[in-house]
Design a binder for this molecule. Structure first.
Ligand code: FAD
Length: 426
């Protein structure tokens, strides 16, 4: 049994939705394109799962956040795919791929063949078991990667209201979930091994600002240690979290956000990998010319920094997907992907954006006792990264533009003095 398509997108997440829209804009014909996804629903804006979806009042629900509403583009419902003759093969896991034969084999036993494949398999949550801790399958322990996880989290928050929640991990998933748990009236303790939250991006000064606010909302931080085990009741529910430093926290529910691993396994040994992802060129094309990779799973050349990176951010998924489709549909016209790394988060009433790279020396600016502040990163005499909390649209655009231009910075003290004005005047 089998079906054949000209284009197949493997994975039905953010990148798949943006790729589908781009395909229609570039004249894909009915019946040519198929999206295969393990998830049972059409592509949606994954960042909503840790934000609007977790609100106690008027939470965001499907179909409101199908792609591509994240950039105020058309909302692609299942009807839209039907109307455009795009086949959605949902609730279907691909269990093996053969890039030489150009075929995918689904868990249901169907062979789907393609002329061009776009790998958009994203990433999966790292599990506690991978760090030697048992208990991920307990009914009051959850992760947050897909809609099923988000539904579990909402059910748990509702049933544990007023109780104790422990958040394992101090990255953005941990921070966004902790804020939502507070808003849903749980007592929250965050546990992570680093010295401060968002350690991969925040400076100690930036982290302190947010941590102080979280503390004012009742969140407790336990840093510099990790989870060692859970205590369970007779039904297998977690009742307490034991930490390596010997302390114990009572827990009615646990949220784990300890990182992700790109879904590359189907292609290991068939395509070149780098930085944990599928290595692609500036056209998002892998070591096999019929296979492209986009989004979290792709390791692509970031021209601005002259090196290959794998980014785990929604903007990169959207833009790499659109670029790959453009490169496929108009091969002679397309320039190389020239991407400015961009990442954002929203918690409580805060909202920040970051562009570029956080290497080199840091200069903070703005009012850290108020609501608008930021930082610049300067490496080898040039501006390479910019962070801004509480900016306006114009201010965010200005720091993005300034970062892309990589202006020479001679005087860090002067940059600090000018602050946001520097970006606005570049
Ligand atoms: P995904 O969106 O993960 O999609 C991958 C798809 O492939 C899934 O549907 C999966 O089921 C499917 N799949 C995988 N393997 C198979 C297989 N073998 N067979 C069939 N289907 C398969 N980024 C930001 O910049 N800012 C944010 O605020 C932010 N918030 C986030 C909040 C949450 C809760 C999460 C989980 C992520 C967030 N991100 C954020 C990151 C962003 O969502 C990802 O970078 C983006 O979703 C990557 O898109 P993708 O299409 O590459 O992968």
């Amino acid at each position: 049994m089998g079906r054949a398509f000209v284009y197949v997108i493997l994975g039905g997440g953010v990148a798949a939705g943006y790729a589908a829209l781009e395909f229609t804009k570039r004249g894909v014909r009915r019946g040519e394109l198929c999206i295969i996804s393990e998830e049972p629903l059409a592509p949606y804006e994954r960042p909503a799962l840790s934000k609007g979806f977790l609100l106690p009042e008027a939470p965001a629900r499907i179909p409101s956040f199908h792609t591509c509403v994240g950039i105020n583009e058309e909302r692609l419902t299942p009807k839209w795919y039907k109307e455009h003759g795009i086949e959605l093969v949902l609730g279907t896991r691909v269990k093996s791929a053969d890039v030489r034969r150009k075929t995918l084999l689904t868990a249901a036993g169907e062979t789907i063949s393609y002329k061009i494949l776009i790998i958009a398999t994203g990433a999966r949550s790292l599990k506690l078991e991978e760090f030697g801790v048992k208990g991920s399958d307990a009914e009051n322990v959850c992760y947050l990667r897909d809609l099923a996880d988000a539904n579990t989290l909402v059910d748990l928050m509702q049933s544990c209201s007023g109780g104790n929640a422990v958040v394992i991990g101090g990255g953005y998933i941990g921070m966004e979930c902790a804020a939502s748990l507070v808003i849903n009236k749980l007592n929250v303790t965050m546990v992570f091994p680093e010295a401060h939250c968002m350690a991969r991006l925040f400076t100690p000064k930036i982290a302190t600002y947010y941590e102080e606010y979280y503390k004012s909302k009742g969140v407790k931080f336990i840093k510099g240690t990790v989870l060692s085990s859970f205590d369970f009741d007779s039904n297998g529910k977690v009742t307490a979290v034991n930490l390596k430093d010997g302390s114990q926290l009572p827990a009615d529910m646990v949220v784990v956000g300890i990182g992700i691993r790109p879904n590359t396994s189907l292609f290991e040994g068939q395509l070149t990998l780098e930085k944990g992802g599928i290595k692609v060129n500036g056209r998002l094309q892998s070591s096999n010319s019929s296979v492209y990779a986009v989004g979290d799973v792709a390791a692509f050349p970031v021209k601005l920094f002259g090196e290959t990176r794998r980014l785990e951010h929604v903007d990169s998924a959207r833009k790499s997907a659109r670029h790959a489709v453009a490169a496929i549909m108009e091969p002679n016209k397309m320039d190389e992907f020239d991407y400015l790394p961009f990442f954002y988060s929203r918690v409580f009433t805060f909202s920040w954006q970051f562009f570029g790279d956080n290497v080199g020396e840091v200069v903070h600016y703005g009012d850290f006792s108020g609501s608008t502040f930021g930082a610049y990163w300067v490496s080898k005499g040039h501006l390479v990264g910019s962070f801004l909390e509480g900016g306006t649209k114009e201010e965010y655009e200005a720091i993005a533009k300034a970062t892309r231009m990589k202006p020479a910075i001679e005087d860090l003290a002067e940059l600090e003095r000018q602050g946001l004005v520097f970006a606005l005047s570049v």
